[in-house]
Design a protein around this ligand. Structure first.
Ligand code: PXL
Length: 274
């Protein structure tokens, strides 16, 4: 039997199961890669302290990474919620010494329920140290705006210009997700030379919690399986669109996407590429 590619996520644990480490590992399993995790923080509402984020120590982060590398090895990795400057710096070190062929940086900053997932003084380290190591970065519109000194983004043309400018930070590819625009769900991909747009139908739902984590995890899995970046993004967008379409209405609040939807519902959304 062929061994599946080995894929690591360095991210926060989302106790509710929709986002972060939980979304990443579910996505890895669905796409048949071997998933491993380094947990940077626990995101969980604490009724006594009213604290949302329980950060892990640098020592705990190092120990988790050493375990993954020593026991298995890493072919591709992604980052999600890193929370602090110190964790970003440690993650930069980890990536620099790792054998991972593909590095997906999802510059997570705020969650849908407004938990603060990145401290204010961490943004410069993300821009100067982490992003230059990326095969691809996957910001949404608020994250892209934040990385570009609060530039307003309101149209596909704005996204194209922003993708070109974000590329100057040093990643090989920029995928700027236009989910917050009206109309079809259009993302812009830039490799330093060519701008590509990827379009999926907009699904009218509030159940999109963890969609960004799921999307970047699916890109990482497909890169680990040897797909090109454009093909990995196309397949991942189709995966996350179906996961959103079959998202769960467990409560009347923002709910999780359904990671197994593509396998169990068998619907492959066609992505229009231009
Ligand atoms: O969806 C962004 C996100 C990422 N990582 C963790 C989260 C969230 C959203 O809540 O909790 C750990």
């Amino acid at each position: 039997m062929n061994k599946p590619p080995r894929v690591l996520t360095i991210a926060g644990s989302a106790a509710g199961g929709s986002a972060g480490i939980q979304a990443d590992l579910k996505t890895f399993q669905e796409l048949d890669v071997y998933g491993m995790s380094v947990i940077t923080a626990l995101v969980a509402r604490h009724t006594v302290t009213n604290k949302n984020v329980h950060a892990q120590t640098i020592e705990a982060i190092e120990a988790q990474y050493a375990t993954a590398v020593d026991q298995v090895g890493v072919d591709a990795l992604k980052t999600g919620m890193l929370f602090s400057k110190e964790v970003i710096e440690k993650t930069t070190e980890i990536i620099s010494e790792s054998d991972a062929q593909s590095v997906v940086i999802d510059p997570v900053m705020v969650g849908k329920l407004d938990s603060k997932l990145l401290e204010d003084d961490a943004i410069e380290a993300m821009k100067d140290k982490l992003i230059p190591l990326a095969t691809i970065i996957t910001p949404n519109m608020p994250e892209a705006s934040f990385l570009l000194d609060e530039r307003p983004l309101t149209s596909v043309d704005d996204l194209k210009q922003a993708a070109v400018d974000l590329h100057k930070l040093g990643p090989k590819f920029v995928l700027l997700k236009g989910g917050r625009l009206k109309g079809p769900a259009i993302d812009v991909l830039y490799d330093g030379k060519e701008l590509t747009t990827l379009e999926a139908p907009r699904i009218d739902t509030i159940h999109t919690s963890g969609a960004g984590c799921t999307y970047s995890a699916a890109i990482t899995a497909h890169l680990a399986k040897g797909k090109t970046v454009v093909e990995a993004v196309r397949l991942a967008k189709s995966f996350v669109t179906t996961a959103i379409e079959y998202g769960f209405t467990y409560t009347d609040k923002v709910g999780p996407t359904y990671h197994a939807a593509l396998r169990t519902q068998g619907e492959q959304h066609k992505i229009i590429i231009n």
